[in-house]
Design a protein around this ligand. Structure first.
Ligand SMILES: Nc1ncnc2c1ncn2[C@@H]1O[C@H](COP(=O)(O)OP(=O)(O)OP(=O)(O)O)[C@@H](O)[C@H]1O
Length: 281
């Protein structure tokens, strides 16, 4: 059903909710769609116009990437000269002790934040050369992100949360597509539930459906099975791996779950902000 045909009350509600979502994007280092639209031409010209598989073997290239936080005269080096590549279609896990910089690295790779020095080339785009607006456009074009704490919008239902990226892409079939995605994650009958009316595992599945809605070339997932019971964790694991099998989506998973990491093609070990990469046996 066309969302805009649902009447002015719904339109006003969604407009308010959209603003909330856009604020969420800003918190994540994003920008508003309105900025993108107004500067869309310039942004599109800067973005890589060619499909990943055709032009690039590497969908992600990270070179000498460092992240330093400053607090007064103190400096905290969270990532220290990190270098690695990920090929299109690969499944990679990033493992390491708590506080070693995994989430920070994932955010920099996805363009949610920018590094202090070094470079990240994501789907042919040098992120450090892009403005916030341009980075957000790259994310919309290529990236799905599953956050550790779900980051669902509390004032939207499950269905509306999944609809958000589809509405941003002006998909006319947003509601139908969102419903299909909810069906796929086993929550077809929970569309009208708000996040507080869902269990942790259900919220995680809604956030996965939202990440899939973008039809990403590369999916970043921060602890996608963390804090879930074994059965739900396995279901989520299957959903993510199926996305790779069916769509060829590149997967980059941050996890403490060594069994999950062992199922990926390659494990990147990080300790004290430094990378030690080893092939998965
Ligand atoms: N905005 C910030 N300002 C200052 N320090 C930060 C900031 N964000 C993260 N850090 C620090 O960076 C370090 C790495 O954090 P990060 O969340 O990347 O670790 P992690 O490996 O993902 O940990 P965990 O496995 O516990 O989630 C931590 O010591 C953290 O305190």
């Amino acid at each position: 059903m066309d969302f805009w045909a649902k009447g002015s009350v719904k339109v006003v509600k969604m407009a308010v909710l959209f603003r909330l979502y856009l604020c969420g994007l800003l918190v994540c280092g994003g920008i508003t769609i309105f900025h993108q639209q107004s500067r869309g031409f310039a942004v599109k010209q800067l973005l890589n116009p060619f499909p990943t598989q055709v032009q690039h073997m590497n969908i992600l290239s990270v070179s000498n990437l460092s992240k330093v936080y400053k607090s007064g005269s103190r400096k905290l080096t969270v990532l220290d000269e990190v270098t690695f590549d990920i090929k299109a279609g690969e499944i990679i896990s990033i493992v390491g002790p708590s506080g070693s910089g995994k989430t920070t690295l994932l955010g920099l790779c996805a363009g949610l934040d920018s590094g202090s020095t070094g470079s990240v080339i994501l789907d042919g785009n040098s992120l450090e050369k892009l403005s916030e607006d341009q980075r957000a456009a790259v994310r919309n074009q290529s990236v799905g992100f599953i956050f550790q704490n779900f980051q669902l919008l509390p004032t939207l239902t499950a269905l509306e949360n999944v609809m958000v990226p589809l509405e941003l892409k002006k998909r006319k079939d947003a509601r139908q597509k969102a419903q299909e995605l909810l069906n796929k994650v086993g929550l077809g009958d929970r569309g009208t539930h708000y996040p507080t009316q869902l269990s942790g595992g259900e919220q995680q599945r809604v956030s996965i459906a939202r990440a899939f809605a973008n039809e990403p070339k590369i999916l970043f997932a921060d602890e996608p099975t963390g804090n879930l019971d074994t059965e739900t964790g396995e279901m989520i694991e299957k959903l993510i791996f199926d996305l790779n099998k069916e769509e060829g989506t590149t997967l980059v998973l941050v996890t403490h779950d060594l069994e999950l990491a062992a199922k990926t093609q390659r494990i990147i070990h990080i300790k004290g902000g430094k990378i030690q990469e080893g092939e998965n046996a």
